[in-house]
Design a protein around this ligand. Structure first.
Ligand code: SF4
Ligand code: SF4
Length: 410
């Protein structure tokens, strides 16, 4: 049983915890749809060839089904402009939906002026004169210091006073300790956006449950991102499928993962990066009259987590002793975690994508290709793991299978 997961009181309990946060009438938590439209994965984004008519239809179907929260970012290639264009010509007032975008300082930012430039570009791209939510994009690791260096939080508070953004917060891929620090540094943050999926909920590398507990302790309502783990959870193993098919007979595996994230205590909106009409419709149907997972469904997810844990042939505990001795700052534990993904899901392309994402992009670490094979990590590992043999497996089974993914503006 997940603490605080009571179907009848889920959203009202989130709202109750928000009384001190001065959300205005327009952006009350209970007015935000539990399914958010993540706009990071539009097809054609890398080459600026997003099909606007198709995107507009997805947006319309989502709005028609009662959805009202769009998540984008200045740094997502061509996402804001496509969303802004898609929203034009629809029979929906600007006040009937919420747009969240984000500013970034750890790339494409060299001065405080760049923050103003990003915000103005976001507003122009989205063809609006205000954002409902504005986030510092992806705190954690060395990235957090760049937001402080360029006084991003002060800038965002001023943007709120200027009426350009209505609410502010931050997204983060970080440890619970880092999140604690950020919640203390940015106490006026009205929400936090965190990665939540059942694969990483208890993982020693991601410690998502603990992160959510920190957010709740600080009274921050949570927006869930990466609920399907970049698509990995849409294609689980045969053993996992058997469990999910019984507990969730009417939904697909990706939707099951969305429902898990949306059911976690403190989560008021779960983002799905949608790029197909069928996906929008399936998600919208599943979130119609959303209720958190039942006790039986949570038990099924627990069984799935156990199956996945057993399939983990790499028994890395995420203790990070190896990291303390690695002279090349290699992302050892996260690389091993990705090897486990590969062993669980058998998709080398998805595993390769995760490798770059969790090691370099979010982990701020070097790839295993930077390893000089000094062996210090193996000596330090309390689990006596043959780390370098695992690296060999990654080099053989995962690294050759890259697909073009642009996460940030080129
Ligand atoms: S063997 Fe590679 S990963 Fe291990 S400590 Fe040395 S450089 Fe780091
Ligand atoms: S020391 Fe061993 S168990 Fe700990 S994080 Fe490194 S590889 Fe994993």
């Amino acid at each position: 049983m997940v603490p605080g997961n009571d179907a009848s009181t889920h959203r009202s309990s989130i709202s109750a915890s928000l009384e001190c946060l001065e959300f205005d009438m327009e952006f009350k938590i209970e007015n935000v749809s539990p399914l958010g439209f993540g706009c990071m994965r539009f097809d054609g984004r890398e080459t600026n060839e997003i099909d606007i008519a198709h995107t507009r239809q997805m947006v319309k179907d989502y709005l028609d089904a009662g959805g009202n929260y769009f998540d984008t970012a200045w740094a997502y290639p061509n996402s804001e402009a496509a969303l802004g264009e898609a929203l034009q010509g629809l029979d929906y007032d600007r006040e009937s939906y919420f747009i969240c975008s984000k500013c970034v300082t750890w790339t494409h930012c060299e001065s405080e002026d760049d923050l103003e430039r990003q915000l103005q570009e976001s507003l122009a791209n989205l063809q609006t004169d205000y954002l409902d939510m504005y986030l510092m994009h992806n705190l954690g690791g060395r990235r957090t210091a760049t937001f402080e260096k360029y006084h991003a939080w002060e800038f965002m508070k001023r943007a709120k006073e200027r009426g350009l953004v209505r609410h502010i917060g931050f997204s983060a891929h970080c440890t619970p300790e880092e999140l604690e620090e950020s919640c203390e540094k940015f106490p006026e943050a009205e929400v936090v956006q965190l990665q939540i999926n059942y694969l990483d909920w208890e993982s020693p590398s991601f410690r998502e449950r603990q992160c959510v507990e920190v957010a709740r302790k600080h009274g921050k309502p949570v927006i869930a991102m990466e609920p399907v783990k970049g698509g990995l959870l849409a294609n689980p193993s045969h053993a996992v499928r058997e469990v999910l098919d019984e507990a969730f007979p009417n939904t697909g595996y990706a939707v099951d993962a969305l429902l898990f994230a949306a059911s976690m205590p403190g989560v008021f909106c779960t983002l799905s990066g949608m790029n197909a009409l069928e996906q929008v419709r399936e998600n919208a149907q599943a979130f119609k009259d959303f209720k958190p997972l039942s006790e039986q469904q949570l038990e099924a997810i627990g069984a799935v987590q156990r199956i996945m844990g057993e399939t983990h042939t790499v028994q890395c505990t995420g203790c990070e002793y190896c990291a303390k001795v690695c002279p090349e700052n290699v992302g050892i534990s996260r690389s091993l975690e990705v090897l486990n993904y590969y062993k669980n899901f058998g998709d080398p392309y998805a595993a390769n994508y995760q490798l770059g994402f969790v090691v370099r992009f979010n982990g701020g670490k070097n790839m295993i290709t930077d390893c000089i094979r000094c062996g210090a990590c193996e000596e330090a590992c309390p689990q006596n793991l043959p780390i370098l043999s695992y690296f060999d497996e990654i080099e053989r089974d995962v690294l050759p299978f890259s697909q073009k993914v642009v996460l940030m503006k080129p």
